[in-house]
Design a protein around this ligand. Structure first.
Ligand code: AMP
Length: 593
């Protein structure tokens, strides 16, 4: 090499190998995350061959953590959390307590300190958002009540971990680790360690509270103002840059000025940006960068893993895995059933939480840095995470096998779906209806509509919304295929029949009964997706009349070529509206509200 460029080498090797192994993992239907970890192991110091710069990889990983937490904040919805709080809050707390106790027990058997047991147990108690969301998405469970419970549960776990990340450095000294001052940036408001445990907790919480107040009072006004200002410049590039600068700036400021963790700062920046629709959407655009850096985070975690520890640590690894997969699941299962939910719901929630991931790595790193957790603990956590993530799809398979058996048993012993809730602090009617609704939801393909001779309207945004209103007015039978949750909820409230999901997906489209439909109306902006759907519709029903939407002459050609009967070009219609307005010619206007 002409120059010595360790940073570039680290990024290139990290991203390149992560891509290769991520793709390989995907090929075997394992989450790509496992591939990223394996890539990390390969460029790490524990395996022969190229060794990336661990210090640089760590710092890159920190950016990954900031952006990951920014994303968690961006998707944090207080409303969603509140709607399932009755089960998610006690459930998560009991599960964390149980898993922490098991982890601490194992730690004690291995002869570690109390502080090590606490960090180890906490690390085993929190599931990975990335893995959970992926599992739910694959099974189309996100919008179901069970899915919402699982996500709410995870949010509570995340919040508990955010708290742990803040408190651990402050308490490290008391717990037998290294004092806070020489480890992490303790900030301007750093405190002497002579306060005793409650003093330290109190001051730390006060610093967190000060940060939260500043964010809620100042951040909440200033951040949207900056975003609006930048939006007016009309530069998308500047907008994304603003989002990124704010996320990183708030995280860094939180750590330097208030001594709270980078993660908490980023979480708050995301939460505040998610408040308005405009900034939320724009902030999501910055997520590709998060994806790139979080890959580097997983690679750097993998670098720390010593694959040979699998042999020397066999038994402890099995015990760790048992805590994650069996212990946590059992706790979750018992709690959900105790709250009067059906067995299927309890199983689904247990399975989706029976893994650990990014938060556990962050905690393990922090614990080792604070000299609380021995390196062996980190190896156990890493091995447990990799194995539990690989096993996770199997957990769902096991549920599918168990379901018929459970349902038969439930039919004999009385339907659990109608069981009265016994949990405290819940309104009985609320949970009962939730349970009944939940038991009707299916994991399989969406149910096929009973409509025939109907119109299938795809997309219910600016265009589809107006078309749908007109169809309703004319009392024509139709259904809508939509993939946006919010729109779906509104349609359901209005009593419009819907099929949820991406219409380009074969199962979703088939549920709309294209064989029996008379019309297909494509009101989505993406002509490639629309083209796929036209092809599918034509092969299911050669006689169906297809009207599609396009935004350029090339798209019109494309869609017509694939079999659309009529293609309406948006820009041409806009021009027509403008000409009509300017010249006053009485071209017939496309109807609108
Ligand atoms: P607009 O561009 O405002 O008319 O919005 C388009 C609408 O179509 C949005 O509500 C999207 O959620 C929805 N949409 C886009 N692509 C698909 C798709 N492949 N399947 C289902 N809905 C879609």
């Amino acid at each position: 090499m002409p120059h010595d460029t360790p940073l570039i080498a680290t990024i290139v090797a990290g991203l390149g190998l992560a891509f290769v192994f991520g793709a390989l993992a995907n090929r075997f239907r394992i989450p790509p995350l496992v591939g990223y970890l394996v890539a990390g192991v390969l460029v790490g110091p524990n395996t022969p061959g190229f060794v990336a710069d661990a210090g640089l990889a760590n710092e890159l990983a920190e950016i990954g953590v900031i952006l990951l937490m920014f994303g968690v904040g961006l998707h944090f919805s207080l409303k969603d959390l509140l709607s399932v709080r009755a089960i998610a809050v006690p459930g998560a707390i009991v599960q964390i307590g149980f898993a922490t106790a098991l982890g601490a027990g194992l730690s004690w058997m291995l002869g570690w300190s109390m502080g090590a047991g606490l960090v180890f147990g906490l690390a085993l108690s929190v599931a990975s958002t990335v893995v959970l969301l992926r599992a739910l998405q694959e099974r189309r469970l996100i919008e179901t009540e069970r899915g919402r419970i699982a996500v709410g549960w995870l949010i509570v776990e995340d919040l508990a971990m955010v708290l742990a990340l803040v408190l651990l450095p402050a308490l490290a000294g008391v717990l037998g680790g290294q004092e806070q001052a020489d480890v992490h940036s303790s900030g301007l408001l750093s405190l002497p360690a002579s306060y005793g445990i409650w003093g330290v907790v109190g001051i730390t919480l006060a610093k967190v509270a000060a940060f939260v107040v500043v964010m809620l009072v100042v951040g909440r006004r200033v951040i949207p103002w900056i975003l609006h200002y930048v939006a007016h410049t009309g530069s998308r590039e500047l907008f994304r840059l603003a989002v990124l600068a704010i996320a990183l700036g708030v995280a860094f400021g939180a750590a330097k000025l208030f001594g709270v963790s980078l993660a908490l700062g980023a979480f708050f920046a995301g939460m505040i940006m998610s408040e308005s629709e405009l900034s939320h959407r724009a902030a999501e655009e910055s997520l590709p960068l998060r994806d790139a850096f979080s890959v580097l985070f997983f690679v750097s975690v993998g670098m720390l893993f010593d694959p040979f520890s699998l042999f020397s640590n066999g038994l402890p690894i099995l015990a760790t895995l048992a805590i994650i997969v069996i212990g946590k699941s059992l706790a979750a299962f018992v709690i959900v059933v105790a709250f009067g939910y059906p067995l299927a719901t309890a199983l689904m929630i247990s399975a989706s939480l029976a893994q650990i991931g990014e938060f556990s790595f962050i905690l393990a790193e922090l614990g080792v840095g604070l000299k609380l957790l021995p390196e062996q603990g980190r190896d156990l956590i890493l091995a447990g995470a990799i194995l539990s993530i690989v096993l996770n799809p199997l957990m769902f398979l096991v549920i599918d096998w168990m379901k018929p058996w459970l349902e038969a048993r439930a039919a004999r012993t009385g339907p659990p779906a109608d069981a009265k809730p016994v949990g405290p602090a819940t309104e009985p009617g609320q949970v009962a209806s939730v349970a009944a609704a939940t038991s009707k939801e299916e994991d399989g393909p969406p149910p096929k509509t009973a409509l025939t001779g109907h119109a299938i309207l795809i997309g219910y945004g600016r265009v589809g919304g107006l078309v749908g209103a007109a169809l309703k007015e004319a009392a024509l039978p139709f259904l809508v295929i939509e993939d946006a949750d919010k729109t779906l909820a509104k349609l359901k409230a209005d009593g419009v029949e819907t099929v949820a999901g991406n219409a380009a997906n074969a199962e979703v489209f088939a549920a709309a009964n294209p064989e029996g439909a008379s019309r297909l109306i494509l009101a989505i902006p993406n002509a490639f997706e629309a083209g796929q759907i036209v092809l599918r519709a034509r092969s299911a029903n050669p006689k169906i009349n297809v009207v599609a939407r396009a935004h350029s002459d090339a798209e019109v050609e494309h869609l017509k070529g694939l079999g659309a009967d009529t293609v309406i070009m948006g820009e041409r219609e806009i021009a027509r509206g403008i000409v009509e307005e300017v010249l006053g010619s009485d071209v017939e206007q496309t109807s609108g509200p």
